[in-house]
Design a protein around this ligand. Structure first.
Ligand code: C2E
Ligand code: MG
Ligand code: MG
Length: 724
């Protein structure tokens, strides 16, 4: 052991003075520059390793980084060696000289790999944490060790007669410099993790890091050269300094090495450009796809899919003492606004609602737009022993939200006020899937909408039972339509001011085998939602034609039969053709048929609707605007449409005597209709007082329980005789 030490360290075993060395200062400067350029190039190449997702790509780029950096260390060393002149013959063993690059490459490789793996981990966890000090110390030490090992191996490659020994102090100093500056360099570089994306910042960090690495390499080198003592022995031939030329091949090797760095850097920058281009293109389309897939384009809010993702994430992250709450809200009569004021204002309203939701003062965790006119709000409420408390907290949050959202909006120069319906669900179990949560809120919202406008409903489990019932009802209705069993048109007479029956409104009835009579108010909306209304409507139209046919045969040619037509029915492309061929099939004059349309029919494709109305009117069919006054559209707008008759809704007549204003409204409607040449039918006439007042206003026709409830056709004819 002692022998080995004596062979390596200068412990005063040589009495004579070591040979004096001399430096070519230009070459010293050059050596530092080469180290710097190589390090900077290496760091730029290393950037690519960061960018790649695939593990093998990362490894490849790290290896190229290490090779370039290793060449830098190696070239610096041997340029330094050429700069160093001794008064003796010096040559270098080719094998060892070339092999000495290996520790430099390995040291760099491990140092960069360590940095990369931790950086990626931090990035993956999205903690934005920098590479830890521990890792920087470790990687810096490995880097320094690699540089040191390269140096002392390179020194071993020297072939000369004097004995080479190292001063222990300077030896230690050289290693310390390499390791300390190595750690400093890695710590400096690790700042790049935090600024990913800012290119100029990154370049700055790379530049400074390269300066430090170059300092580590050359500092280490020149300190180690201070450690080196060359003691001449007997055979040593002293020559004048500067007379040796045996470095020639080494100079070539260095030139090759530096050229290699330049080449690698050029090739990788070409690859980089192409990659950058693809990368940018991929990133851009990725961003677009993400936006389209997860965000709604109009409001920029997350869509249904991201809401579901978020809910399942929240299910896991909501603390034990809190409940997750989902609010689902819907702008009442939004479709009407869209149709009467145009989609631009509709869009504007949606955006304004989004704005308010995002700024609302409540503790809201997320706002989304799961469907075209629904918004979702995710929040949390405190859990307590009494579950009712959490629910009432959620409800009061809903009320606050509702108040905020129902305040008037100014859309361009239009001031709009709308009501909002709310479905609320307080999640009581961590096991509920996000779909379940959304369904619960949707059920509550549907319940709220059924109860009118501006309502708030909390989900309760019976709502799910209601869904089950609906599904059953739908199946049964489908069956009834297919078998044409139990569906019958009832007739309610319509009379003139002299109580003469002038016709009837056909109202469908469903005789259910178990449930008895099911109200159309219950199954017509269901049929409309499920599309069953098409088949049902065809059945109704046919029955209506059969009734008129019978009237014809009985000579009742003055009676007009009104049938109700739902929006999906009227929107059928072949609605006109189908009705026309039915009239022909039953040889029924079109003049005895009247169609009752509600506002909802006019809500879509108004041009097409008007076109169809005109076509049918040409055949002789009359049109009534049903449920007038319950809708949203302005009166003057509706009255410009080609209707013959206007039906004042049941609710107006019912509430007519509640206030002077309500009486005035009915009066105004009648006047307006008459001014526009329309006849007026009052629905829901239940008392003589109703009849008297409506007659005094000039109402043309009357319909209601005062005269008759809707009844089967033979009963209608009996009644009609009675009134005549
Ligand atoms: P609607 O077309 O407005 O029909 C008037 C409703 O008011 C009928 O209810 C009728 O029975 C009821 N009614 C009549 N007189 C009075 C009265 O004096 N007082 C009160 N309180 N109510 C009165 P019904 O038959 O339950 O129909 C409800 C709705 O179902 C109808 O409203 C209509 O929108 C729809 N409907 C009914 N039959 C059909 C049909 O054959 N096809 C389509 N598409 N819809 C239908
Ligand atoms: Mg009607
Ligand atoms: Mg009506």
């Amino acid at each position: 052991m002692n022998d080995v030490l004596m062979n390596f360290f200068d412990l005063g075993q040589y009495a004579q003075a070591p040979l004096p060395g001399n430096y070519n200062h230009w070459l010293v400067v050059l050596s530092y520059l080469v180290a710097f350029i190589a390090s900077f190039t290496a760091l730029k190449i290393f950037e690519r390793a960061h960018r790649h997702r695939s593990f093998s790509q990362q490894k490849t780029w790290t290896l190229i980084t290490a090779i370039v950096a290793g060449i830098g260390v190696w070239s610096m060393h041997f340029i330094g060696m050429i700069a160093f002149q001794l008064p003796v013959m010096v040559s270098h063993s080719v094998g060892l000289t070339l092999a000495s690059i290996v520790p430099a490459v390995i040291g760099n490789y491990y140092a960069y790999s360590l940095h990369l793996s931790e950086d990626r981990l931090a990035n993956f966890k999205k903690t934005r944490a920098q590479v830890s000090l521990k890792t920087n110390i470790l990687s810096g030490t490995i880097l320094g060790a690699g540089i040191g090992l390269m140096h002392y191996m390179g020194m071993e490659a020297m072939q000369l007669t004097p004995k080479l020994l190292y001063s222990p102090v300077w030896f230690a100093a050289s290693i310390l410099i390499a390791v300390a500056l190595g750690i400093f360099a890695m710590s400096t570089y690790s700042r790049s993790s935090a600024i990913r994306g800012a290119k100029n910042e990154l370049r700055k960090i790379q530049f400074v890091t390269a300066l430090i690495i170059a300092a580590a390499i050359s500092g280490m080198h020149y300190a180690a050269m201070l450690a080196a003592r060359f003691y001449p022995i007997a055979s040593t031939e002293i020559l004048p300094i500067g007379s040796q030329h045996q470095h020639l091949w080494l100079i070539y090797a260095i030139v090759v090495a530096v050229t290699l760095i330049a080449l690698i850097s050029w090739v990788s920058s070409v690859i980089d450009k192409r990659f950058q281009h693809n990368y940018r293109a991929i990133k851009q389309s990725d961003k677009r796809i993400r936006e389209l897939a997860f965000n709604d384009a109009l409001t920029g809010l997350p869509n249904r899919r991201s809401l579901l993702d978020y809910l399942s994430q929240q299910q896991q992250e909501t603390p034990e003492n809190e409940h997750l709450v989902l609010f689902l809200l819907d702008i009442d009569k939004f479709k009407v606004l869209n149709n009467t004021l145009g989609p631009t204002l509709g869009d504007l309203l949606l955006q304004s609602v989004t704005h308010r939701l995002e700024r609302v003062a409540l503790n809201v965790h997320m706002v989304a737009r799961p469907s075209s006119n629904e918004f979702a709000v995710v929040a949390r409420v405190q859990k307590s022993n009494n579950p009712v408390q959490a629910q009432s907290h959620a409800l009061s949050m809903a009320k606050t939200l509702q108040q905020e959202l129902q305040a008037p909006y100014s859309l361009k120069d239009y001031r709009h006020q709308c009501s909002m319906s709310f479905g609320v669900t307080v999640v009581d179990s961590f096991k509920k899937s996000s779909e379940d949560i959304l369904v619960q809120a949707a059920l509550a919202l549907a319940e709220a909408k059924r109860n009118g406008m501006g309502e708030i409903r909390l989900y309760h489990p019976e709502m799910a039972d209601a869904i089950e019932k609906r599904v059953k009802l739908e199946a049964e209705l489908r069956q009834a339509i297919e078998t044409r069993d139990g569906l019958e048109l009832y007739l309610q007479p319509q009379l003139d001011i002299n109580r003469q029956v002038i016709g009837a409104e056909a109202l469908i009835r469903w005789h259910h085998s178990e449930r008895g009579m099911v109200s159309p108010a219950e199954f017509i909306p269901l049929a409309e939602e499920t599309g069953l209304i098409i088949g049902l409507g065809d059945l109704i139209n046919e029955q209506a034609c059969q009734i008129i046919r019978q009237w014809q045969q009985l000579g009742l040619t003055d009676l007009v039969l009104s049938i109700n037509v739902s929006a999906p029915q009227f929107q059928q492309m072949d609605f006109v053709d189908k009705l026309n061929s039915l009239l022909k099939q039953y040889e029924v004059p079109a003049g005895q048929l009247k169609l009752e349309l509600t506002e909802s029919v006019l809500m879509q494709n108004l041009d097409d609707v008007i076109h169809k109305i005109k076509e049918l009117k040409q055949l002789g069919i009359q049109f009534a605007l049903d449920d007038f006054g319950t809708g949203y559209s302005s009166l003057s707008y509706l009255m410009k449409l080609p209707f013959d008759v206007l039906k004042i809704d049941v609710s107006f007549v019912r509430d007519m005597f509640q206030s002077v204003q309500k009486e005035a409204i009915v009066q105004t409607i009648v006047q307006l209709a008459h001014n526009l040449g329309l006849k007026v039918v009052a629905e829901g006439v239940e008392t003589e007082k109703h009849f008297d007042y409506l007659s005094s206003l000039g109402c043309d026709y009357f319909q209601g329980y005062l005269f008759s409830k809707p009844v089967a056709e033979p009963d209608f004819r009996k009644h009609s005789k009675h009134f005549k």
